[in-house]
Write a protein that binds this ligand. Structure first.
Ligand SMILES: *[C@@H]1O[C@H](CO)[C@@H](O)[C@H](O)[C@H]1NC(C)=O
Ligand SMILES: *[C@@H]1O[C@H](CO)[C@@H](O)[C@H](O)[C@H]1NC(C)=O
Ligand SMILES: *[C@@H]1O[C@H](CO)[C@@H](O)[C@H](O)[C@H]1NC(C)=O
Ligand SMILES: *[C@@H]1O[C@H](CO)[C@@H](O)[C@H](O)[C@H]1NC(C)=O
Ligand SMILES: *[C@@H]1O[C@H](CO)[C@@H](O)[C@H](O)[C@H]1NC(C)=O
Length: 333
């Protein structure tokens, strides 16, 4: 007689306790077979439920969203000793040091057999402590945006290693900056007290009618001038490296300044790598610019009004927004 398929039986027992109550008779018959027919030792039967628990994430949105989602999942997996079981988006695996924790087929199987408890954040751009304090007694599936550094600040150093941009991309970015200095005849001596400031201008894609209805706003021209003024007031010699998905507007706003260098027609990962090599950041709105500022690690200036006051989007933030923007970052209008 053929032996039992222990893997399937393990999945049956581990799926959820509901299996036992829902299929009482089936469970009893299975136990009888395990013990009397297949002579499986009692201890092994008890051990059937002893398995690691898993954590997964529903990745959605642009790359900045996905970085927040990954960071949230990573920190929770460390806090709760859960194994990450999720299909990672290629934007993350192609560009950063994130490893596939578990293969895609294995993930599919786990998600089919185990009951992941879905936990969703109520406010996408704020820290929600009740999301993190969920009892640690099973498999967790996160759904949401989790746009707060507070979820993972304890693991920030580990995340810096994970979100290190792959070396071939960084090498290209370094060559780009090197060429730019050469083209502008910047000498080694001049370079010594030159401060690089990255500007990321997120443009019109935030202004679709549905996004505007929800409350999205983009940075104003006045904000950009205030932000440039902020750094010009602090450093004697500056050079600005500008990336934007609305370069025509960016150039028209910045045309009155001499020391602006525009990075055009690059891939998003090169934009990110080039800007992260600068010393300080001017962000406008959006999570892509947020992560560039984080990767850069210098002083950051952000636009204070990424949402229209009173809008649905405004309710996604806390009143101070300091759980979304780092308290040390400077908000200007
Ligand atoms: C956390 O608390 C908020 C506000 O009280 C609530 O809306 C939300 O459903 C809670 N979330 C979870 C996962 O318990
Ligand atoms: C970096 O290398 C990977 C393979 O390791 C390749 O897929 C990718 O296109 C390269 N990126 C650049 C910008 O050269
Ligand atoms: C850099 O120097 C070269 C040679 O002296 C000159 O032709 C070129 O115009 C200079 N470029 C800039 C941006 O000043
Ligand atoms: C970037 O692409 C646009 C549209 O194809 C083109 O007009 C522009 O000259 C390019 N800029 C650079 C610096 O290559
Ligand atoms: C600015 O960044 C460059 C390139 O990363 C670095 O070599 C330089 O030391 C930095 N300068 C300052 C003043 O931090």
């Amino acid at each position: 007689m053929m032996g039992p398929n222990m893997e399937r039986i393990r999945l049956y027992f581990c799926r959820t306790r509901k299996s036992f109550t829902k299929y009482k008779l089936g469970t009893v018959i299975l136990l009888v077979f395990l013990y009397f027919v297949w002579n499986v030792p009692v201890m092994t039967i008890f051990d059937l439920c002893d398995r690691p628990h898993y954590i997964s994430m529903e990745f959605t949105g642009g790359v900045g969203n996905k970085m927040f989602q990954y960071a949230m999942m990573y920190a929770s997996s460390r806090d709760k000793a859960l194994t990450m079981a999720t299909e990672l988006p290629i934007e993350l695996t192609d560009v950063f040091n994130v490893d596939e924790a578990i293969s895609n087929t294995q993930v599919a199987k786990l998600r089919k057999f185990y009951c992941f408890k879905t936990i969703e954040d109520a406010r996408d751009c704020a820290f929600e402590s009740n999301v993190t304090t969920t009892k640690n007694d099973g498999d967790i599936h996160f759904k949401g945006y989790f746009q707060s550094w507070m979820y993972w600040v304890t693991y920030e150093n580990e995340l810096r290693a994970i979100f290190q941009i792959k070396s071939n991309i960084t090498a290209k970015a370094q060559r780009y900056i090197g060429d730019l200095l050469l083209k502008n005849n910047i000498t080694k001596q001049e370079l010594e007290d030159l401060v690089f400031i990255g500007i990321h201008i997120r443009g019109g894609d935030m202004l679709t009618p549905s996004k505007q209805d929800f409350g999205y706003q983009i940075a104003t021209e006045q904000y950009i001038h205030n932000a440039v003024g902020y750094f010009n007031g602090r450093f004697r010699k500056t050079i600005y490296i500008v990336c934007s998905n609305n370069m025509i507007w960016a150039k028209s706003v910045l045309s009155k300044y001499a020391n602006m260098k525009y990075v055009e027609n690059m891939t998003w990962e090169l934009d990110m790598a080039i800007l992260s090599l600068t010393n300080h950041s001017i962000m406008t709105v959006g999570t892509f610019g947020w992560w560039i500022a984080w990767l850069t690690g210098g002083q950051t200036v952000y636009y204070k009004y990424p949402f229209r006051p009173g809008s649905e989007l405004s309710k996604m933030y806390s009143s101070t927004q300091k759980d979304h923007f780092y308290p040390s970052w400077v908000g200007l209008e």
